[in-house]
Design a protein around this ligand. Structure first.
Ligand SMILES: [Zn+2]
Length: 385
């Protein structure tokens, strides 16, 4: 069988930091990783990465758009452009994320994801979708349109999941039926996530007891920590096994907050996300509407024109990793689980995805240590960039 041999790799994988390594890929899988030189046979593909980092392909569980397209656009091309943008960022799997929009628009997005899967997912892979809303707290909308907020409905999620798998849903656990909703979602294989929420700690606990273990963009659009009511930010610090999404662009959270999170919380329960919008990969000045609200990109920050709320990011996963590494000094081999493996574990594929190890799927990103941008990306063993 033809092999792909990646040589001169600086492998960064959970608990592994190995320079001068050779990675052998056979089919879709990693066959070996080690210091020993491997002799190529005729027909084998040899890629010399010249000492660059080779990491597990990033998994972004929360991303809305890129390249001027949003997953919620009715245009079937949107998911293709988003997946293309994600691949350029070194993301090998992602959950395209919907906005708080109408039921019809959510179904169209799911249909477009299905069409992308039927086309063979030519760019980054889409194992399912993430619904951000519409069952959120109307007082914590951020950049979500309050006009479309509604009460939790299992039926609505079921209908969407029939079209394409729903893997995660961000909702406010304090809403009517919020605790039972967590249980219902888990039964359907959907990760229930606490987000856009005004919950107090006591409001979260019934949903936590029912299995909720995920927090949407930790600290953003949730109750802050107060010394007489620790809110959702306090809950994230108090409860170790809550998997907290973190936007590591140093804008959504200041560098000190990133340091606080990454040095005080268990790294096993942090997931870097981009929460990227359609303005990701675009230039300053680009303006657009999101769920009917006007947004403008200025100095790399996407904010609502009215009120100035942050609307999401233009972050690339590799840059997020660099930011946290710079701010905390935590070794990359410890941090790297927060860009893929933790996500893979929660999605139920932690034994095949998220590590550069023998037997794992060869989803890999080669990162240039100077620019922190990907110079090559492998999906299912084939080089796509
Ligand atoms: Zn979002």
């Amino acid at each position: 069988m033809q092999k792909t041999i990646i040589k001169n790799a600086h492998v960064i994988s959970p608990s592994v930091d190995l320079e001068g390594a050779t990675i052998v890929i056979e089919g879709k899988k990693i066959k070996s990783v080690g210091k020993k030189a491997v002799v190529a046979k005729p027909g084998d593909i040899v890629v010399d990465v010249k000492g660059q980092y080779v990491m597990p392909g990033f998994i972004d569980v929360h991303t809305h758009g890129a390249n001027t397209y949003d997953f919620c656009d009715a245009d079937p091309k949107a998911i293709f452009e988003l997946a293309k943008g994600k691949l350029e960022e070194g993301v090998t799997s992602f959950l395209p994320t919907t906005l708080t929009v109408s039921n019809e628009e959510l179904k169209v997005a799911a249909k477009n994801a299905k069409a992308y899967a039927e086309a063979g997912m030519p760019y980054s892979k889409v194992p399912g979708i993430h619904l951000e809303g519409p069952f959120i707290n109307v007082k914590c909308c951020g950049a979500q349109n309050p006009a479309y907020v509604r009460k939790p409905s299992v039926k609505e999620v079921k209908e969407i999941a029939k079209i394409y798998p729903v893997k995660a849903i961000s909702y406010a656990p304090e809403t009517e039926g919020g605790a039972k909703f967590a249980k219902d979602m888990l039964k359907m294989g959907v990760v229930p996530s606490c987000g856009h929420t005004g919950a107090k700690l006591a409001d979260l606990m019934p949903a936590y007891k029912n299995g909720l273990r995920h927090m949407t963009h930790f600290c953003n659009q949730m109750t802050p920590l107060h010394h007489r009511e620790i809110g959702m930010v306090g809950a994230g610090f108090l409860i170790e096994d809550l998997n907290t999404e973190v936007i590591c662009d140093k804008i959504h959270l200041c560098p000190d907050m990133l340091k606080l999170i990454f040095t005080r919380r268990s790294l096993a329960h942090i997931q870097m996300i981009t929460d990227s919008l359609r303005c990701s990969h675009c230039k300053d000045g680009y303006a657009f509407t999101m769920g009917g609200l006007e947004v403008k990109l200025e100095k790399g920050e996407a904010r609502l024109v009215k009120g100035g709320n942050l609307a999401g990011s233009t972050l690339w996963m590799g840059m997020g990793l660099k930011n946290v590494h710079d701010v905390t000094g935590i070794p990359l081999k410890d941090l790297v689980r927060t860009t893929s493996w933790n996500q893979a574990i929660e999605l139920g594929c932690g034994d095949t995805l998220g590590k550069v190890e023998k037997g794992f799927t060869a989803d890999l990103v080669v990162i240039n240590p100077k620019s922190w941008k990907p110079s090559a990306v492998f999906v299912d063993g084939s080089q796509r960039i």
